[in-house]
Write a protein that binds this ligand. Sequence first.
Ligand SMILES: C[S@@+](CC[C@H](N)C(=O)[O-])C[C@H]1O[C@@H](n2cnc3c(N)ncnc32)[C@H](O)[C@@H]1O
Length: 258
Amino acid sequence: MEDALFKSPTSRIQTVANLIPHGTRVVVDVGYDHGRLIALLAQQRPDIRVIGVERQPDAAERFWRRNRLPPEARDRILLLCGDGFEVLGHQTPEVAVLSGLGERRILDAAPQAVARLNRLVMAPLGNRALLRPYLRTRSWTVVEERLLTQHNRYYQVFAACPACPSDTAADPETWLFGTGLFEQRHPLLAAYLRQLARQLEPMVSHADEKSHDLREFCSRLGPAVELAEARCRQRAGGEGRSDVKLEFGGGPSEGACG
Ligand SMILES: C[S@@+](CC[C@H](N)C(=O)[O-])C[C@H]1O[C@@H](n2cnc3c(N)ncnc32)[C@H](O)[C@@H]1O
């Protein structure tokens, strides 16, 4: 049953949507671009008001032209043009989605808006591998994790909450790449980490001495691959944990921390 779920993963956008917890009233999607997440939330989550922020000036016009939504869905959407959280004004979303853009710069630029959030949902690109150490230094804890493939690419999607019980007890080989993915014995994990190592290798060889985090991260990749492969073998051998919730096609998150 678990493997059947892994073989028919939900799309990246749906996976992001599923990590927005029940009970959320306002969510901001920073860098909404094509607006697929906003359109999907408008259709699936009538309980949520969605603010989209995009720095492309024509993004809103494009969104409304492509998405013929009923008036009640349109009324729940606010599209703003600008840079990150800067344009939010008096809007106070509880959840922010940052998917496929410069997450650290955007978060650092708006500490007050970020402090009001109770959840971040992130789908960083492969070369943004250092996001987890960054979040940890700001006391955000990753609380839910997903890994999927779409169009022959791997995507990690995770949710982080502030001031949650920390996962510092987890060893570096697991928390750096996703403690939850190791716990799930995720069948894509080893292949994903091998690909990450291939992608980062050229960056490391050109990195200067200041790139301590990147070097540290890459030095952990080898042991992490071995661990992931061992977990997968255990899984294939029928030792998969039955207490771990594998949520691929499931509905919205129950929101472990808010
Ligand atoms: C690679 S696209 C990702 C789109 C979508 N979030 C997704 O995951 O498919 C990144 C988008 O973020 C926008 N963007 C990047 N930095 C931004 C910022 N600081 N404020 C607003 N939009 C931003 C870009 O204009 C671009 O449309």
